[in-house]
Design a binder for this molecule. Structure first.
Ligand code: ATP
Length: 237
């Protein structure tokens, strides 16, 4: 038992300008646990990830990381606190080779190039085989691996994953989600947004349905699954 949840949102409110999108969302992600955040388009899932990673400042409520109140902390400070979000658009340099991408990341977490390469290639041998290839010419799945390897350099406590299956073939998606499970077993708290609800439920320990900026259901995948179609069709479960 750890004393604190890795990530805790308490009655969190957030939005854009004067428009509130999240109207008081509470959720907890424990270490070594995968929580799937589901819900229809426009429910506020990405907004929640943006707020949790410090890209957006909460309008109200509390954001706790490892039991520490971090409201108002910017993305760099939250990264320092162990919150890592795989950037939208994968955040890699397509016109650089895999090895050059890794070189750009030296210094992240105080690591030097040999350590960056060692860590990356031991977890993703396929990237080692492609170290001289331009990142942008790799398959979508390989690019996603490269993006994830960056996040893992900092030994994150909390990993935020936004639609990592976007545009990828089913077999690759299965590989990526196997990796997600492994990362959870290593102790990382994972909050994931996934367009394919069944894929997310298959890997998650718990699931939350968000609709119109509010949590409408939460529970185990089995408990949440039966309310999915109502949530996606009507915005309320
Ligand atoms: P999807 O599944 O379609 O990605 P989502 O659940 O991730 O949806 P958000 O992207 O968080 O939903 O959007 C929630 C609401 O916030 C929507 O009404 C959207 O139009 C609005 N919104 C999102 N980004 C911005 C922005 N930069 N400026 C203003 N409004 C925004």
């Amino acid at each position: 038992m750890t004393a604190h949840a890795a990530l805790e949102l308490i009655d969190l409110r957030a939005g854009y300008g004067s428009i509130e999108v999240l109207h008081g969302v509470s959720l907890t992600v424990e270490p070594a646990t995968v929580v799937a955040l589901l819900g229809p388009n426009g429910a506020g899932k990405t907004t929640l990830l943006r707020t949790t990673s410090g890209t957006l400042t909460p309008m109200g409520g509390c954001l706790h990381v490892g039991g520490v109140h971090v409201n108002g902390a910017d993305a760099a400070s939250l990264a320092q606190a162990g919150v890592c979000r795989i950037p939208e658009g994968r955040g890699i340099f397509p016109n650089l080779t895999v090895a050059e991408n890794l070189r750009m990341w030296t210094g992240v977490g105080g690591l030097r190039l040999p350590e960056v390469e060692e860590r990356t290639f031991s977890r993703f041998p396929r990237l080692g085989e492609r170290r001289g290839q331009l990142a942008g010419t790799m398959s979508g799945g390989e690019q996603q691996m490269l993006a994830m390897s960056r996040a893992l350099l900092v030994d994150p406590a909390v990993l935020l994953l936004d639609e990592i299956s976007m545009g990828l073939a089913p077999l690759i998606v299965a590989d990526l989600y196997e990796l997600v499970r492994t990362l959870a077993e290593e102790g990382i708290a994972i909050l994931l947004v996934e367009q394919f609800a069944q894929t997310a439920l298959a890997v998650a320990d718990y699931a939350v349905i968000l609709a119109q900026g509010r949590v409408t259901r939460r529970g185990t995948p089995a408990e949440v699954e039966e309310h999915l179609s109502a949530a996606y069709l009507g915005g309320a479960a």
